[in-house]
Design a protein around this ligand. Structure first.
Ligand code: C2E
Ligand code: MG
Ligand code: MG
Ligand code: MG
Length: 285
C-alpha cells in the first residue's frame, strides 16, 4: 500500500518535463533540505471528550515547501518510508511533540496527551525504543502524556520481538493507539493480545454516518469491541453534529474532527479559546 501511495506521491511532484528517474532523487534532496532548513512543522488537532473538554491532541506533520507551498503528508510520508528518510523525520516529529508536551506542562496544560503517528517502518527498525528513551531524556517530556499511534501495518501478526517492543514502550509510560482501525488486515485475535490502550475508528467509517447502514454497523461494533476489551475508543473525522450524536449514543467517549477543529499550529490552539467549541482546563503548572 505504501509503495503504491509513494508512486502517486512522485506523480504529484513531477512536472510534465521531469523524467521518471529524476523525480525521486529530486524529492529526496528536497526532503533532506526540508529537515535541515526547518520547513517541517507540526500542527495539532484537538481530541475532545463527551463534554467537549479538550483531552489531547494529535500531532500531524506539515511541510511548507519554498515553491509548492503546503505539501500534505500523504504526498511525502509514503516516499519518506520508501527511502528510509522516515526514520529521521519520525525522530524529529517525536522530539518536537515531546518538547511541545513539556512546554504545555509548564503552562498548566500537563493533562493534555499528545499523540504522535509512527510509521510501520520506523516502528519495526531496531533502535526505535532507544530513540524514544533518548528523546524523553532530552526533552524531559512526561511519557504518561505521550501516545504513539500505530497502524495495523506495523502490527499484523506481531512476532515476539514486536510484542516485546510494545511492552517496553508501555513500561516506559507511553500509551499506544491503533490508528485507522478496520482499514488494514485487522484480526480480532491479535487485537486481544496487543498491549494497546486505544482504538481509533477510521474516518472512512465515520464519513457517511448515520445514514450508511454498513458503516453504522461497523462503527457500533468497533465501539462495543473496544469497550469489552477495556480499550478507549476515539472516532476520527467527525464533521457533523449528527455523526457526533450517533457516536456519542453508542458510547464513543472521544472524538476528533473538523466539527471541533482542524489541525492548527500550537500557538493558535489556545488563542481566543472563548469562541472555540471545546473547553480547556488549566491547572497550576
Ligand atoms: P491519520 O493519522 O489518520 O490522521 C488523520 C488525518 O485526517 C489528518 O490528515 C487530519 O488532518 C485528517 N482529518 C482530521 N479530522 C478530519 C475531518 O473531520 N475531516 C477530514 N476530511 N479530514 C480530517 P493529514 O494531516 O493530512 O494526515 C494524513 C495522514 O498522514 C495521517 O493520517 C497519518 O497517517 C500521516 N501522518 C501525518 N503526520 C504524520 C507523522 O508525523 N508521521 C507519520 N509517520 N505519518 C504522519
Ligand atoms: Mg493518526
Ligand atoms: Mg487515523
Ligand atoms: Mg485515517
Amino acid at each position: 500500500r505504501a509503495k503504491q501511495a509513494g508512486r502517486n506521491g512522485f506523480a504529484m511532484f513531477m512536472g510534465e518535463s521531469d523524467t521518471v528517474t529524476a523525480a525521486p532523487l529530486k524529492l529526496q534532496t528536497e526532503l533532506i533540505a526540508a529537515i535541515e532548513q526547518s520547513q517541517l512543522s507540526l500542527h495539532y488537532q484537538p481530541q475532545v471528550d463527551a463534554h467537549a473538554n479538550l483531552v489531547g491532541v494529535e500531532a500531524l506533520i506539515r511541510w511548507r515547501h519554498p515553491e509548492r507551498g503546503m505539501v500534505p503528508p500523504m504526498e511525502f510520508i509514503p516516499f519518506a518510508e520508501e527511502t528510509g528518510l522516515i526514520v529521521r523525520i519520525g525522530e524529529w516529529t517525536l522530539e518536537r511533540a515531546c518538547l511541545q508536551q513539556r512546554q504545555w506542562q509548564s503552562q498548566g496544560l500537563g493533562h493534555l496527551s499528545v499523540a504522535v503517528n509512527i510509521s510501520a517502518l520506523q516502528f519495526l527498525r531496531p533502535g526505535f525504543v532507544d530513540s524514544i528513551e533518548r528523546i524523553l531524556r532530552r526533552t524531559r517530556a512526561n511519557p504518561e502524556r505521550i501516545e504513539l499511534e500505530l497502524t495495523e501495518g506495523a502490527l499484523v501478526q506481531p512476532d515476539e520481538q514486536t510484542m516485546k517492543q510494545l511492552h517496553q514502550i508501555r513500561k516506559m509510560g507511553l500509551s499506544l493507539a491503533l490508528d485507522d482501525f478496520g482499514t488494514g488486515y485487522s484480526s480480532l485475535s491479535y487485537l486481544k493480545r496487543l498491549p494497546i490502550n486505544k482504538i481509533k475508528i477510521d474516518r472512512s467509517f465515520v464519513k457517511d454516518l448515520p445514514d450508511d447502514r454498513e458503516d453504522a454497523a461497523i462503527a457500533s461494533a468497533t465501539i462495543s469491541i473496544a469497550q469489552n476489551l477495556g480499550l478507549a475508543v476515539v472516532a476520527e473525522g467527525v464533521e457533523t453534529e449528527l455523526q457526533r450524536q450517533f457516536l456519542h449514543e453508542r458510547g464513543c467517549a472521544f472524538m476528533q474532527g473538523y466539527l471541533f477543529s482542524k489541525p492548527m499550529p500550537p500557538e493558535q490552539l489556545f488563542a481566543g479559546t472563548d469562541d472555540k467549541p471545546w473547553q480547556v482546563h488549566r491547572s497550576a503548572p
